[in-house]
Design a protein. Structure first.
Length: 356
């Protein structure tokens, strides 16, 4: 975007070059046809784009410029886009016929005089002041006009609309600029209104999506909570079942041992033996007694080396003994690996075989 677009007659080119140079020395970006229109370009389309993208439209008044059809078309386009107009009077229009050709919009603005008898530097300061008055408002006017034109050219493409802070700033500018010149145009208003409508619809969609997501998350959380409760109950039930099974296994072993012991006692086949340290590997000074013959069965209690126990029966293979010992006033029974008893007691060969 440019700071100034200069409309002039070629017959005033010498003055315009001096004016252009003074503005350029201040670092201002100037749109002027001797620099900006490529020979192969659609010259009128380029001129219109230059006017729309400039903050200020400067018209150099002279008898030749008011007669120029091109200059008049440039003024018309600037007026239709509500551009700031700064008329620069270089050569007086004195002929009555020429005076009728001066565009009405030029008459409604204050002129800056650069006639031959005017001081150029003083006039230039007045021109700079005119350019910089309400510069923020003017630049926003230009910026929004360029974007609105692009939106219009693209068939009101929604992707070209304003959003977020850009939209808020544009609405503030539209409200604050109600009494400033250049006034916002119809295209400005339409563009900002369309942007607000799209933003409101977008916000409603976002809120709806967030609400739906929250409801879904809550539902999933409730489902997960009940599933966790069910899993916890199942785990507790499994633990209870395992404990019950272990207790039942021990109880069954104890009952079987009691029955065998009773039969053995009746027939007098009870032998005494002592647990031997040398017969089995050391397990911390003790030997395991299991619920049934075989090392893969659960341990029901332990006996220490040197303990004396009663042998009530033996396994079918003869390598496991059913033993009994007294502990805390109660009798404990179980199966012990035969070599753990050291030498075979004399009466062990006579104890009954217990099938498990």
């Amino acid at each position: 975007m440019a700071d100034v677009f200069i409309s002039y007659s070629r017959k005033d080119a010498e003055f315009v070059r001096r004016l252009h140079q003074a503005l350029a020395d201040q670092g201002r970006d100037i749109w002027i046809d001797w620099e900006d229109i490529p020979l192969t370009a659609d010259w009128w389309r380029e001129i219109c784009a230059g006017i729309e993208a400039a903050d200020t439209f400067m018209f150099v008044i002279s008898p030749d410029s008011v007669r120029s059809e091109v200059c008049r078309r440039e003024i018309e386009h600037a007026v239709s886009n509500n551009k700031r107009l700064v008329p620069v009077n270089y050569r007086e229009v004195t002929d009555p016929a020429d005076k009728t050709l001066v565009h009405p919009a030029i008459h409604t603005h204050n002129w800056v005089f650069f006639r031959e008898d005017d001081d150029f530097d003083r006039s230039f300061q007045a021109l700079v002041q005119a350019i910089e008055t309400d510069l923020g408002h003017v630049r926003a006017h230009t910026r929004l006009l360029v974007r609105a034109k692009d939106w219009e050219t693209r068939g009101h493409d929604s992707s070209q609309l304003l959003r977020g802070s850009d939209l808020a700033e544009a609405e503030a500018w539209l409200y604050a600029g109600a009494g400033k010149k250049p006034l916002p145009g119809d295209l400005h208003r339409s563009y900002i209104a369309a942007s607000r409508k799209a933003e409101t619809a977008r916000q409603r969609t976002t809120v709806g999506a967030l609400t739906g997501g929250l409801v879904l998350a809550l539902a999933l959380a409730v489902i997960a909570f009940f599933q966790w409760q069910a899993a916890a109950r199942n785990a507790a039930l499994a633990n209870d079942n395992a404990a019950t099974a272990t207790f039942a296994l021990g109880l069954a072993a104890d009952s079987a041992a009691t029955a065998v012991a009773a039969a053995a006692t009746i027939e007098g086949f009870i032998a005494k033996t002592t647990i031997s340290r040398e017969s089995v590997p050391d397990e911390g000074g003790r030997v395991s007694v299991r619920s049934a013959p075989g090392a893969d069965n659960p341990v029901v209690y332990w006996v220490n080396y040197g303990d004396e126990v009663s042998v009530l029966g033996k396994s079918e293979s003869g390598d496991w003994y059913l033993i009994e010992r007294a502990a805390d006033g109660q009798k404990q029974r179980g199966w012990i690996y035969a070599p753990a008893t050291g030498e075979t007691p004399p009466l062990v060969i006579e104890v009954p075989v217990v099938r498990w």
